[in-house]
Design a protein around this ligand. Structure first.
Ligand code: CP
Length: 320
């Protein structure tokens, strides 16, 4: 594997899940693979889980790790070509990328959607510059439109907790006070569409995800209908993806708290497990009772971030 940005980079999911199970049995099994190799983790945005779990994964594989918070201590970076750099940005990404790449063997990048231009976000302008100009294997630690390390951890968690061969998995929009990117729901849909599950997406009108991620999934605007018989509820907020009305891209169109997942919502399901990628705003996205219930998987899901990252880094190292 040369890059990791979406489900297709993993290839056969059964094989990937078997590798995850193997790593979970012995997370240091491939410790020799990363000897004298350096993993550079570049954060343009905040993180708790990704920052910790990816470092742990790299160390499981015997790698050295460098973490760079671009906005804290590094020069402020210009990302647009052709700009006259007479403002507050001292360095251009086009120099910074090859310089950073010269110190490492593998690069992880976190760079969220900026909501300034749908085209820039959906063409993954920042991540793709790293892929193009670094000359090193690059993996996404959440980019503008995808969070594949999270989605792989979510798939591992569903595999571990499923009670039927083909569970019903529901991705539900839930309210949030701020505009959030579509990276997590996009990647979750990307993975569920390739997994052995019945997948349903529910959200208010106007929140349609990009067709490249929805693909053949069932979209149900009635949240109660969508929840009926569900084995897993995956809640997430996202701002308007601008599919039906491009001028609404990145806007908060709805704050309807009747979409907040509470015990009544969960009573519509088949005693479903509750999932969320975290961080989560309690009593906006999910009630205290639901997130604290024995059926809440938010902690094992976060713990599986170490496993998904170890599998991905192992594959990147094996391809060096
Ligand atoms: N789920 C997730 O990526 O968490 P962080 O933003 O804290 O890394």
């Amino acid at each position: 594997m040369k890059t990791y940005t979406n489900v297709f980079d993993l290839g056969d999911l059964k094989t990937a899940l078997a590798e995850a199970a193997e790593i979970k049995q012995d997370r240091y099994k491939y410790e020799a693979l990363g000897k004298h190799k350096t993993c550079l983790l570049i954060f343009f945005n905040n993180s708790l889980r990704t920052r910790l779990s990816t470092q742990k994964a790299a160390r499981n594989l015997g790698m050295d790790v460098i973490v760079l918070d671009v906005n804290q201590g590094a020069w402020k970076l210009e990302t647009e070509r052709g700009v006259i750099m007479d403002g507050d940005k001292s360095e251009h990404l086009l120099e910074a990328i090859p310089v950073m790449a010269s110190y490492c063997d593998v690069i992880g990048v976190r760079s969220f959607a900026r909501f300034e231009s749908r085209e820039d976000d959906y063409t993954e302008k920042i991540l793709n510059q790293f892929i193009r100009y670094s000359g090193k294997p690059v993996f996404s630690m959440e980019a503008a439109t995808g969070h594949p390390l999270q989605a792989f951890a979510d798939l591992i968690t569903i595999e571990e907790y499923k009670r039927t061969e083909r569970p019903k998995v529901v991705l539900t929009w839930a309210p949030h006070p701020r505009a959030l990117p579509q990276a997590v729901p996009n990647s979750f849909a990307d993975f569920m569409n390739e997994a052995d599950v019945d997948f349903v997406i529910t959200h208010p009108e106007g929140y349609e995800l990009d067709p490249q991620f929805v693909r053949g999934a069932q979209v149900e605007y009635d949240q109660k209908k969508a929840f009926e018989g569900a084995d897993f509820i995956y809640a997430k907020n996202w701002a308007c993806p601008g599919v039906t009305r491009p001028e609404d891209y990145g806007k908060v169109l709805c704050k309807d708290r009747s979409w907040t997942v509470d015990t009544e919502h969960m009573s519509w399901t088949n005693n479903a497990f509750f999932m969320h990628c975290l961080p989560v705003r309690r009593n906006m996205i999910v009630s205290d009772e639901v997130i604290e219930a024995p059926t809440s998987l938010v902690i094992p899901e976060a713990a599986n971030r170490e496993i998904s990252a170890t599998v991905v880094l192992k594959r990147l190292l094996q391809a060096l």
